[in-house]
Design a protein around this ligand. Structure first.
Ligand SMILES: C[S@@+](CC[C@H](N)C(=O)[O-])C[C@H]1O[C@@H](n2cnc3c(N)ncnc32)[C@H](O)[C@@H]1O
Length: 430
């Protein structure tokens, strides 16, 4: 253990880093990181960890408050690691978040048009992952502490949809009364159109009948419960499977697999689909949807008469896309492939089959694909990203191949965090 660890230190916070953590710039050649602070504050901090010149601290006490500090925080804020920035007055937080994308774009090219940021509302997040740990006479249910494995018991949350919060309360009450296991249970809950879809993961086998008994009299509107033991395939253990989700305002639905991906908020889903459809004007355009998931963009495009080729590495998602497109008579204009886009580079001539390419990669971005895509000179690329850093990296490659950014739309669907959804349109004029 480092000599510094556990010592207490007073610090002045100069600024926030790109993750929203306060930093005190230089003191004895070190940079100090203190969460839950704001620029201009003086704080008492405890040193937790040191790596080279970076010193990571916990926040013991705010000695001098910033005038921008807000007291409107949730009862679990600073204990639960979900939110990092509730302590900032909302308008200041919003300004900072917009600038996470705006400032680097200005450096890239001051003429890029960035539209006003669209923000999700509190309690609009419709996907949640939480943990449950039973003791002999009690049970804890909640989220992990910031940068820690410690489970924090949660009664309420600013972010998550209220139906999911009610379900969490019901689960906690039920597991308080009936003992099942000392293993940690991981719950993934998706709020779909007909109700709540639940996946429970565990590293040990459970007594399924006991589990069913716990859930069978729940008041929450549960549509299905799957159990996944030891990384085996999830098994449907309860209720009728109605895992439909209407995408956008297009009268078309997808089928979301247990714990499967879909956009975290409805406002972001609607905006992304609306902007895609606005951009792809001409009927018969052939669209490549890379990282398609279960078809958030593919299905509305098919429904609107476009031909779509979808690629994702997740077999279950593509299978659900095949099923939903068949059920809605949209399969004729649909092609698909299950591929790992991090491993296999798509050749430039394949991209040239398409009028528009959509990319919606995970946080790691699409570095393996963008060079070949840039060379293709496909007339329009729509890049949707949830990571500013990888987005800027990949954008630079597209710009270096002659593309111009038509506009950027930031969507704050990850409230009180440094994560931002970015919708962008790249065009090339030969
Ligand atoms: C941000 S989600 C977008 C999904 C979809 N566009 C939507 O909006 O619902 C990213 C998708 O990338 C897929 N994915 C992750 N890594 C991948 C890889 N290496 N190759 C191909 N697909 C990948 C995931 O399965 C997931 O469906």
């Amino acid at each position: 253990m480092n000599k510094l660890t556990d010592t207490t230190i007073n610090l002045f916070i100069d600024e926030l880093d790109k993750f929203g953590v306060g930093i005190s710039l230089i003191k004895n050649n070190n940079v100090y990181f203190v969460p839950y602070t704001l620029p201009g504050e003086r704080v008492k901090a405890k040193i937790m960890n040191k790596f080279k010149s970076k010193v990571y601290c916990s926040n013991l006490e705010i000695l001098e408050n910033s005038s921008e500090r807000s007291n409107n925080t949730c009862e679990h804020f600073t204990k639960c690691g979900g939110c990092l920035l509730q302590h900032w007055q909302y308008e200041n937080y919003k300004h900072w978040k917009f600038n996470l994308i705006k400032q680097p774009l200005i450096k890239l090219n001051p003429n890029i048009e960035t539209l006003d940021m669209i923000s999700a509302k509190n309690n609009s997040r419709r996907r949640a992952k939480f943990f449950l740990k039973q003791g002999n006479n009690s049970c804890k249910l909640g989220f992990k502490k910031y940068k820690s494995e410690t489970l924090i018991n949660i009664n309420n949350c600013f972010i998550i949809d209220s139906e999911i919060i009610e379900l969490m309360t019901e689960i906690k009450n039920a597991f308080n009364k009936s003992f099942l296991t000392t293993e940690i249970l991981v719950f993934h809950v998706n709020k779909l159109d007909y109700g709540l879809d639940i996946l429970i993961q565990t590293n040990k086998s459970l007594r399924i009948n006991d589990l069913i008994n716990i859930f069978k009299n729940f008041k929450s509107n549960i549509i299905s419960i799957h159990l996944q033991e030891n990384n085996q395939n999830p098994e449907l253990i309860l209720f009728y499977n109605k895992n439909k989700l209407n995408f956008g305002e297009c009268n078309v639905y997808g089928l979301i697999p247990p714990a499967g991906f879909f956009q975290a908020t409805k406002i972001a889903e609607n905006q992304l689909i609306k902007n895609i459809l606005n951009e792809i004007g001409i009927k018969n355009d052939y669209v490549l949807d890379l990282y398609s998931g279960s078809g958030t963009f593919t299905l509305p495009l098919l429904k609107n008469g476009y031909k779509v080729y979808a690629i994702d590495k997740n077999k279950t998602s593509i299978e659900s896309l095949i099923k939903s497109s068949k059920e809605q008579n949209l399969f004729n204009n649909f092609k698909y492939n299950i591929s790992n886009l991090t491993k296999g580079k798509i050749e430039t001539h394949f991209f040239q089959n398409f009028d528009v390419v959509i990319l919606d990669p995970p946080r790691a971005g699409a570095i393996v694909q963008v060079t070949s895509l840039g060379k293709s000179k496909v007339k329009k690329i729509i890049y949707i990203s949830c990571n500013i850093q990888t987005f800027l990296r990949d954008s630079q490659i597209l710009l270096s191949h002659g593309y111009k950014i038509k506009y950027i739309l930031p969507i704050d669907q990850f409230l009180y965090t440094s994560h931002l959804e970015i919708f962008s349109v790249f065009e090339i004029f030969n």
